[in-house]
Design a protein around this ligand. Structure first.
Ligand code: SAH
Length: 221
């Protein structure tokens, strides 16, 4: 399998990543740790060799099973909203290419990531680059259920458009925790940040319009 063979990270790629980070700065990303993680991770490893140049454009890209690797700006924006602290326990819904999971792992988190598409789950299981991150734990399942066995989580991130804020995930968030998710349908989605205070009260903020593939119920074989 193509994904199981290591690829090279050359000066040209590093140069393109520096430019990408500059674009993200101009678009308003301020968290230096997030920018450093994006500069460190070879995004071209996550795409087919034919699309190497496009790997460092600030846009989403199709991967297998009709899914996408999120736009770098979106990855940076969601990660910044999580206010990550080293050693946070983070739950991600929608592993996809595992790019977002690697950004979180690079920040020193333990990442629990769930994917509902068996094909994508198996694909990332073969991915040579993930050997670098033993702090990423992958699961095949339905993100609406979360991972009750490993709950509660400091942070939760959904990388597909949720039709509503999944109540089981709010339950699995620690007091003091933050959850970030796009909410809406194919006509439009708003980025929502949900914070749970020390008393367990939940607060919601709306932070701009985005476009994600839908979060779907159940697993897909
Ligand atoms: N974080 C990914 C983005 C992938 S796109 C990346 O960095 O590449 C969103 C992913 O969410 C898709 O792979 C899709 O299959 C998955 N998904 C959608 N609904 C889901 C659900 N209920 N549970 C788990 N994954 C889901």
């Amino acid at each position: 399998m193509l994904h199981s063979k290591p690829k090279e990270d050359l000066y040209i790629h590093k140069g393109m990543r520096k430019q990408l980070v500059q674009i993200l700065r101009e678009k308003g990303i301020k968290d230096e740790r997030v920018l450093a993680a994006i500069e460190a991770i070879p995004r071209h490893f996550f795409l087919d060799t034919a699309f190497e140049k496009q790997s460092y454009e600030d846009r989403a890209f199709p991967i297998s099973a009709g899914q996408t690797i999120s736009q770098p700006y979106t990855v940076a924006f969601q990660t910044q909203l999580l206010e990550i602290k080293k050693f946070d326990k983070v739950l991600e819904i929608g592993t996809g290419s595992a790019y977002q999971a690697c950004v979180l792992a690079e920040l020193g988190n333990t990442v629990f990531t769930i994917e509902r598409q068996k094909e994508l789950y198996d694909f990332t299981g073969q991915f040579f680059f993930l050997k670098k991150y033993p702090n990423i734990k992958r699961f095949y399942g339905d993100g609406f259920e979360g991972l009750p066995t490993y709950a509660p989580f400091d942070k939760i991130i959904i990388t597909a458009a949720a039709p509503y804020i999944p109540p089981k995930l709010v339950e699995q968030l620690k007091p003091g925790g933050i959850m970030v998710t796009p909410v809406g349908d194919d006509k439009g989605q708003k980025m929502m940040r949900i914070t749970k205070d020390r008393e367990g009260n939940v607060h919601e903020e709306e932070l701009g319009s985005f476009s994600f593939v839908p979060m779907l119920e159940g697993k897909n074989k």
